[in-house]
Design a protein around this ligand. Structure first.
Ligand code: ROI
Length: 159
């Protein structure tokens, strides 16, 4: 299955955190990194007394089931020192499954597509960069979503 992962970091050298997470995703069993977006800096959504974020999106091919993939992504978050403290507070790395094939699911652990992705330019713009023709399972396109999403002062920082 093809899946898209949103990456975000705003602590402990965020560019390096995102690059490390991309490497770790590529090394997951049954999983290949097909593409990743540029890295973008964005203003924090949520509490404003935290550093800017670095965001990116990865496109993978995986034979892991959605919850297996979630487990592995949470293991990478833990390896990189993710500590869950304040709600919507700063973090070393956040890995969210935005899309998994055309799966729509709502469970306690995982909602697909990711509930907030379509409202945030720091997910949609990197997504559109690697898959401009992408259509969400509900039938709306990434370019449509981009026109009405909330903006977080996105700036490209590297390829
Ligand atoms: N804000 C930005 N700009 N980027 C993120 O990745 C991000 N992640 C989060 C919260 C705290 C909601 N804010 C964010 O989890």
């Amino acid at each position: 299955m093809v899946s898209y992962i949103a990456l975000g970091s705003n602590l402990d050298n965020p560019v390096q955190q995102v690059q490390q997470a991309l490497l770790s995703i590529d090394q997951l069993s049954k999983t290949y990194l097909l593409a990743h977006s540029s890295l973008y800096q964005s203003a924090p959504m949520g509490p404003q007394d935290q550093p800017p974020y670095i965001n990116a999106v990865a496109k993978i091919h995986t034979q892991l089931e959605p919850l297996e993939l979630l487990d592995k992504l949470q293991a990478i978050e833990n390896q990189q020192g993710r500590v869950r403290k304040q709600h919507w507070g700063a973090r070393t790395i956040d890995l969210d499954i935005v899309l998994y094939d055309h799966t729509i699911m709502q469970t306690e652990r995982l909602t697909l597509p990711h509930y907030g992705a379509k409202e945030r330019d720091f997910v949609l713009l990197p997504l559109a960069e690697i898959s401009p023709e992408l259509v969400f399972p509900e039938g709306d396109s990434v370019s449509q979503a981009l026109q009405s999403c909330v903006r977080y002062d996105l700036r490209k920082v590297s390829q």
